[in-house]
Write a protein that binds this ligand. Structure first.
Ligand code: PLP
Length: 302
């Protein structure tokens, strides 16, 4: 790996696996553990580091000078990418979904401060960009540029996610993760053993699209394992929230001292608790959920 990337990696914190303890969980006879990828780094947090690691290694090995990607105005992916670009002396550019807002989100304020060059892109054009899935596929691509599809959904992202699953050193029955593009889920599935169950919790309304995308990312892998995407806990769609979700996250925080984000991990944990309540799991099951970070995205406009 490139020395700059090794230097960055040396500054990251380990991701502990911690048990969520409560009388409620005990009464329901299941164990819940969190893989705390949110603790890796305050900005390059969670699955964003996992997904970017080998992409960045490849980009540096190609002598790329510019990283280009796409995302929404609150994107954790763009936030991590802009920050890491600065650290690695790479230019960064992004297509941001929608028209330029009157008031920039804290995410956009940060990434502009980190010199990411933004192009606001109307929904139709943004949608078209989703068709370019290879690092050289962006129309007009030039030598030295490196294109990352939305969420960093390149095959190389899967290798970093596999390192996360390899760090889990206790037996378990279920592994749960929140899904946006499904890239992290694909990385988890690619590295699973057959007896485990993997559940992706969709942050989007349309889980069927997501399943197809995950399948596509897994074409090179034999994945005879049990996985599915649960789309019952999107709370009305991407980044939509309500008082029930907020209340759940608040109580979870009070009980565990662990902060969840309302877009991904809050909905996943709500879903896990709801499935436990419904008796979906069996007595004695051990569930591991990945805390994929993302806390920067819940800062209010200021
Ligand atoms: C980006 C993100 C996800 C979704 O990851 P995908 O690989 O796009 O499915 C989940 N959780 C958090 C906190 C994220 O920031």
């Amino acid at each position: 790996m490139h020395p700059n990337l090794i230097a960055l990696q040396n500054h990251l914190h380990p991701s502990p696996l911690t048990q969520v303890k409560s009388s409620w969980l005990r009464a329901h006879k299941v164990e819940l553990w969190l893989k705390r990828d949110d603790l890796i780094h305050p900005i390059i947090s969670g699955n964003k580091w996992r997904k970017l690691k080998y992409i960045l290694a490849h980009a540096l090995a190609q002598n790329s000078h510019t990283l280009i990607s796409m995302g929404g105005a609150w994107s954790n992916h763009l936030h991590a990418l802009a920050y890491v670009g600065q650290l690695l002396n790479l230019h960064t550019r992004a297509f941001v979904r929608g028209e330029a807002p009157a008031q920039l989100s804290p995410t956009l304020q940060d990434i502009m401060r980190w010199n990411m060059q933004l192009t606001f892109t109307i929904r139709h054009d943004y949608q078209l960009l989703r068709n370019y899935k290879h690092w050289q596929a962006l129309p007009g691509w030039q030598t030295g540029q490196y294109w990352l599809p939305e969420g960093g959904a390149l095959p190389l992202a899967l290798a970093g996610v596999q390192e996360m699953t390899n760090e889990i050193d206790i037996p378990y029955d279920y592994l749960c993760v929140a899904c946006g593009t499904g890239t992290t889920l694909a990385g988890i599935i690619a590295n699973q053993r057959a007896e485990k169950q993997v559940i992706g919790f969709s942050a989007l309304k349309d889980g069927a699209f997501l399943s197809a995308d995950v399948q596509q990312m897994l074409t090179e892998y034999r994945h005879a394992i049990n996985w599915h995407i649960n789309s019952d806990y999107h709370f009305g769609g991407f980044a939509k929230t309500n008082a029930v979700l907020q209340q759940f996250m608040h109580e979870f925080m009070q009980e565990t001292q662990i902060v969840l984000d309302p877009v991904y991990t809050g909905k996943m944990c709500f879903g896990i608790y709801d499935l436990i309540r419904q008796g979906y799991f069996q007595a004695g099951d051990r569930i591991i959920a990945v805390h994929t970070g993302g806390l920067q995205g819940s800062r209010p406009l200021s």
